[in-house]
Design a protein around this ligand. Structure first.
Ligand SMILES: [Zn+2]
Ligand SMILES: [Zn+2]
Length: 387
């Protein structure tokens, strides 16, 4: 494991209470941002997030979980959450097939989660792999993780393949792993294009410190566009351009009637905070590593999960890189044999490789590299694969 993680983990484990601070963009009409930190986990309140699939409405949420007061229906939501947890626990006994699903109506039944790989790329501009992004879709509500370049178009492509929940105007909730450009270069696209396509709900983004700074600057960068669309002849929603950025701490960062989301800290270089996310869906648990070295927090989060989506760098291929790049990749990322060690400890139902740093080897070589030390199900994800 990387040398820095123990220190980082220790630091984060000291923060017993996950928190989230909200921030609205500077446009008028926005609600106050939540700010207070919780005093204890028991003070966490479920956050209401009513959704309408056919007709998205402006969100009523203006607070992060730690400050939100139970709203109407919170009781039912709590029950739903309990049911979801039971279902998720039950689902962990099942092993998902290590193949991409075809999309039929049977996969759209209530409570069935879809994991859609929107972008499996890296900073390298591979035309067949968009920038890092994936979506977990439950009851036609999408939850994005990262928004690399191409995110909205890949979502539109998934919609055309039958996943209604990835219709661009429904993209209103996202979780950011870290601030690297390959994971955020689609942020402006995610802010604005779904709005142009009819999104009425403000975009809500949860992520590490620094997210609000990036959000503010991007909103400022597009002020002319926003002003023109709001005040010109376009029949644009008056709220769909708004962005609410929540800088969260490790722990439970989000909950609604579909999912419960936990952030956990990983290590991907000093000087910033990087997260992975665990999604507890009604039918299963999905863990996303984000960019990281081999990290014990990933193992802990992924223990017994149904699907582990993990970045990977070929240990065989990287041997041919320069000493400088070899050092970078082997320190900041996870080599194939290290992912095998992670999987052996965590025992996920399925490992999906993403953000593949092939280093000249093929997808099948990468899978072979992981499977040389791990006998479970492993598949190398491609854009628009669905699991
Ligand atoms: Zn990356
Ligand atoms: Zn990165």
């Amino acid at each position: 494991m990387c040398a820095k993680k123990t220190k980082k983990k220790s630091k984060s484990s000291g923060k017993a209470k996950p928190k989230a601070e909200g921030k609205s963009s500077k446009d008028a009409g926005k609600k106050k941002k939540p700010a207070k930190k919780s005093k204890s986990k028991s003070s966490e309140k479920p956050k209401a997030k009513p959704k309408s699939k056919a007709k998205p409405k402006p969100k009523t949420r203006s607070k992060p979980k730690t400050k939100a007061k139970p709203k109407t229906g919170a009781k039912a939501k709590s029950k739903s959450k309990q049911d979801s947890k039971k279902s998720a626990a039950a689902g962990r006994t099942k092993k998902p097939a290590p193949v991409s699903l075809d999309l039929s109506e049977t996969h759209r039944r209530d409570g069935y989660s879809l994991l859609v790989m929107l972008g499996t790329g890296t900073p390298g501009p591979d035309p067949n792999r968009s920038g890092p992004s994936l979506a977990i879709v439950v009851n036609d509500q999408p939850y994005l993780v990262d928004f690399g370049p191409g995110v909205v178009r890949r979502a539109a492509a998934a919609e055309q393949q039958g996943i209604y929940g990835l219709s661009p105007h429904l993209l209103d909730t996202a979780f950011l792993t870290h601030l690297h450009s390959d994971h955020t270069a689609g942020y402006a696209d995610l802010m604005l294009m779904p709005w142009v396509c009819g999104r009425e709900a403000p975009l809500e983004v949860y992520g590490p410190p620094g997210l609000k700074h990036m959000t503010d600057h991007l909103v400022q960068a597009y002020v002319a566009d926003i002003d023109q669309r709001l005040n010109g002849l376009e029949p644009a929603s008056k709220t769909g351009h708004e962005v609410r950025a929540f800088e969260v701490q490790p722990g439970k960062v989000y909950e609604d009637h579909n999912v419960e989301v936990h952030a956990f800290e990983v290590w991907h270089g000093d000087g910033w905070t990087c997260y992975g996310y665990k999604f507890i869906c009604p039918d299963r648990t999905i863990v996303v590593s984000g960019d990281t070295c081999k990290h014990e927090n990933v193992i802990e989060a992924a223990r017994g999960c149904d699907v582990l989506v993990h970045e990977v760098c070929s240990g065989e291929g990287v041997k041919w890189r320069s000493p400088e790049w070899r050092k970078y990749h082997s320190t900041y990322h996870t080599l194939g044999h290290e992912l095998a060690e992670i999987a052996n400890e965590a025992q996920p139902g399925l490992v999906v490789l993403t953000h593949q740093l092939h280093q000249g080897v093929s997808d099948s070589d990468l899978v072979r590299e992981v499977r040389s030390g791990y006998s479970g199900s492993v598949v190398s994800g491609k854009d628009l694969d669905v699991f």
